[in-house]
Write a protein that binds this ligand. Structure first.
Ligand SMILES: Nc1ncnc2c1ncn2[C@@H]1O[C@H](COP(=O)(O)OP(=O)(O)O)[C@@H](O)[C@H]1O
Ligand SMILES: [Mg+2]
Length: 172
């Protein structure tokens, strides 16, 4: 389906431009049921720190007949614009903030997309002029919902993906 002002599409959803400041993630068909939980997880992460993109509101887009999660618009830049020393500083901040989220019972779970899905491996991690940000909390999990045991498993996987991201981000 072709949407006006389409910005990008990931593994499941299309994101459209609303303004200079905001974008809308569209929920149509199968993904529709996830919007409320995605909004809640995003809002929770927003209370901890600045790493996850800022939630604005939920809206119904009459024009294209779709539920829409409205959020802060991020303008990603290519990390190869910056020398490795600067990338290392950004990575340190990123790891600290991710760890903070973990401590607060939030795990992102989608840093790296499974290799069988194609697309860019780390397309949910965006670099901006002021450092790394995370988008797409669609499959994120909260400790108080999944329980201690499952949460710890997810953390283990995330730490490994974080390591892989570090290597990717510094070695290109
Ligand atoms: N807040 C945002 N600002 C700018 N671009 C975004 C934003 N959120 C998503 N995108 C773009 O839209 C794509 C799809 O969004 P995402 O939430 O990752 O959906 P999916 O579940 O399909 O992976 C992302 O890969 C990214 O390029
Ligand atoms: Mg994505």
């Amino acid at each position: 389906m072709k949407y006006p002002r389409k910005l990008s599409a990931g593994a499941n959803n299309t994101v459209i431009v609303l303004s200079e400041m905001e974008v809308g993630k569209l929920y149509v068909g199968d993904t529709r049921s996830e919007i409320g939980s995605e909004a809640a997880k995003m809002q929770y992460a927003n209370t901890i720190n600045n790493l996850v993109v800022k939630f604005s509101r939920l809206e119904y887009n009459e024009g294209i007949d779709a539920e829409m999660l409205v959020m802060e618009r991020i303008f990603p830049i290519d990390f190869r614009a910056y020398e490795v020393e600067i990338r290392e500083l950004w990575l340190d901040v990123f790891e600290d903030e991710l760890y903070q989220l973990h401590q607060a019972g939030f795990v992102h779970r989608d840093l790296k997309r499974p290799s069988n899905l194609g697309g860019l491996a780390f397309d949910n991690i965006l670099l901006t002029q002021s450092g790394l940000r995370l988008i797409d909390v669609g499959i994120s999990a909260l400790k108080n919902q999944v329980g201690e045991k499952i949460f710890e498993k997810y953390i283990e996987v995330e730490m490994n993906e974080m390591k892989e991201f570090r290597a990717y981000f510094l070695n290109r």
